[in-house]
Design a protein around this ligand. Sequence first.
Ligand code: XIL
Length: 328
Amino acid sequence: LKEVYKDYFYIGAAVKLGEYNSTPFYQAYGERLLEHFNSFTAENGMKPENIYRDGTYDFTYGDRLVRYAREHGAVVRGHTLVWHNQTSSLIPGKIPKEEAKRLLKEYISTVAGHFRGEIHAWDVVNEAVGDGSQWRTSSPWYQSYGGPEYIREAFEYARMADPDAKLFYNDYNVVQPGKRERIVRMLEELDLVEAGLDGIGIQAHWNLVWPSVDEISRTIETFASMGLEVHITELDIDCYDGNPSTPQMEYTPELEERLSRRYAEIFEVFRQHKGEVTSVTFWGLTDPDSWLNGFSGGRFLKERRENYPLLFDGKGDPKKAFFSIINW
Ligand code: XIL
């Protein structure tokens, strides 16, 4: 995969805690990762809840991922410094503004400073815009600051801590016109490019019918025309319709075919935007490990439901979708 796309973009995968270590179970994963990908993102290991506890920092996981990537000539996308989820060990909720400011500065300086020079791109701020194209006012950062200024400060601190990392704003549903426009206005209102922002991360948690290739194209063009890099940061294709109560489906040959065509059309759009889309990361490696077996329509499912959103099956074998993006 990485060979086929080497003139287009980095091709990455989200890596689970321990996925690349040397136990026999993970050996197959490691081989797939190294064979096909040249960019790694920690699926959870570099989020605040896994780095910060009780005032102390633990970089064990991130250090291992960085070392592994360096040994194998891959880059690392740092995910993520400022978010509302998986962050309560750092900022549990609304706290006094001055305390939040101190914490934001300390956390970003410490973490981006620790990994200085090792991170290709940081998702500095994740999901700061809500679903109704408003600010995500429920974020503990927003609440403590009483507004969105924390976003600009986060970029400034990240820029100071690691001058060479590319700095990204990352979000889902970026292709939705309302949310996309809100993000464009955010860049201008908060002057984020001046603060250090280099690009926009489009998460790309998509499905078999949504979004249209035109909407994907328009979104890439919107940001590219502002002089920004576009990274596809968390690509997966949900085989369900977003309704958590839809019963489990079998992976039929028809579904295999639909998924394969869907991946083919999406990668065609990415290739058409050569030089604009500079990195494409899948949110996982094999179907059974996808977070979508436990997440649908914006919430976590009570029971596991098999989903088939990625390029490799449970045995680690490439699916038809894999070949559809290799042979075009
Ligand atoms: C998800 C992980 O895949 C899950 O393992 C975890 O339980 C929840 O977070 N947007 C993001 C990612 O930016 O960090 C999320 O990852 C998926 C949605």
